[in-house]
Design a protein around this ligand. Structure first.
Ligand SMILES: *Cc1c(COP(=O)(O)O)cnc(C)c1O
Length: 402
């Protein structure tokens, strides 16, 4: 048995089989590239699901881990540590929100938003508790966040679910208005749906939802776990629309590959008081020093503007690819999150063939391929990735995968 087969066999033996993996064992990364056990190189347009924001093993991220892990990694929140206070100030100052809570993942961050909505509704809106969410949304895999999400498959095995979610179509403000009642506490949305297929709403959607939430006296909570921290060409995606949420969840890109999450709230709905929420690892000094380093680097180098420029570049390239390849029916995205919609459900197969050709992309739907490279990706790397996709699609159009 080769070493590669050995790791794959061991995984089968010891893991709950929840992950569908490609037969690739990655051992090293640098920038947009990763290498497997056999030394094969791949362009990584998955980037740990939009988490590896500064590219693999970015020297500043590695430096922060080295430095902080020698000083102090974890203390619990019984004490103050400097990295978490520094990151809290930077996140609030750069988002316009007032208060933060640190956790370890996106799902935990959204879970925090849900608790804010419940407590705020109880105290400030006559015991209201319902949260309006969108079809095709993704908010994580805890029991409450799968309930909030659109994907029936993620929920069905786990009933009974958490009560109080009302689902409406995405990009439809009238549906939100109709669903709002005296029981509604909040609307929870992704500014652009990532896992649901890279669904970009109309430009007036979020401003209209904001207007409605103000009129109805309910909270607008945004899940910026995938879109936040530079991905769409603004530091936070809602900034494209010149609106502010009442509360927001972030994670993925904030850690540059290291796990961290956070939820933030405006003072008027920062209702969680002493003892009402907590975490052992959340906000530990190591994760916060890394988050502080990533966010500082992004702001110092104005990465969001660079992402916007690269976004224009990849958009042009994907459109010209779509002109050449008739099986592409739609190109959609913003900044550095893009999807190609295909005329047939072969995205998974194409993902596999692309990986054999040295490109990692993923199938966000049976008919859609997603591109979420590190925010530091170069135009040359974008060209090379698109060349590979072009070649692979040409083969599919010619009648077969190989
Ligand atoms: C990835 C994601 C989550 C869940 O984050 P985890 O870190 O996997 O828990 C929640 N919301 C959105 C929009 C995401 O893309």
């Amino acid at each position: 048995m080769t070493e590669k087969e050995n790791w794959i066999e061991l995984e089968k033996q010891y893991f709950l089989p929840t992950s569908k993996r490609l037969p690739i064992t990655l051992v090293r990364g640098e920038g947009t590239r990763v290498w497997d056990l056999d030394g094969r190189e791949y362009l990584d347009f998955v980037a740990g699901i939009a988490a590896v924001s500064l590219g693999h093993c970015h020297p500043e991220v590695v430096g922060a881990i080295e430095r902080q892990s020698r000083e102090l990694m974890h203390t619990s929140n019984y004490y103050y540590t400097i990295p978490q206070v520094k990151l809290a100030k930077l996140l609030c100052d750069s988002s316009g929100l007032d208060k933060v809570f640190f956790c370890n993942s996106g799902a935990e961050a959204v879970e925090g938003l849900l608790k804010i909505a419940r407590k705020w509704g109880k105290e400030k809106r006559d015991g209201s508790f319902e949260i309006i969410v969108a079809e095709d949304a993704f908010h994580g895999r805890t029991l409450a966040t799968v309930t909030a999400a659109g994907n029936e498959k993620y929920r069905a095995p786990f009933t009974p679910l958490v009560e109080g979610f009302v689902r409406v179509p995405f990009n439809d403000v009238q549906a939100i208005k109709k669903a709002t009642t005296g029981k509604t506490a909040a609307v929870l949305l992704e500014p652009l749906q990532g896992e649901g297929g890279v669904n970009v709403p109309d430009d007036d959607y979020l401003p209209q939802v904001r207007g409605w939430c103000d009129e109805a006296g309910i909270l607008l909570m945004l899940d910026e776990v995938q879109t936040g921290v530079g991905r769409t060409g603004k530091l936070f995606a809602h900034q494209h629309y010149r609106i502010e949420p009442d509360a927001m969840a972030v994670a993925k890109a904030l850690g540059g590959g290291f796990p961290i999450g956070a939820f933030l709230a405006k003072d008027h709905c920062a209702v969680l008081g002493q003892g009402e929420h907590g975490t052992t690892f959340g906000g530990n000094a190591l994760a916060c020093e890394v988050g502080y380093t990533v966010l500082t680097y992004m702001l110092k180098h104005d990465l969001p503007s660079q992402v916007a420029k690269k976004g224009d570049y990849i958009e042009r390239k994907l459109h010209s690819l779509a002109d050449r390849r008739p099986m592409i029916t739609e190109v959609r995205g913003k900044g550095l999150i893009w999807a190609l919609e295909l005329d047939r459900p072969v995205a998974e197969e194409i993902m596999g063939v692309c990986s054999e050709e040295g490109l990692l992309v993923n199938n966000v739907k049976p008919t859609a391929l997603r591109f979420i490279p590190p925010l530091t990706v170069s135009e040359d790397e974008i060209d090379r990735a698109i060349e590979i996709v072009d070649r692979v699609l040409a083969r599919f159009e010619a009648g077969g995968p190989k």
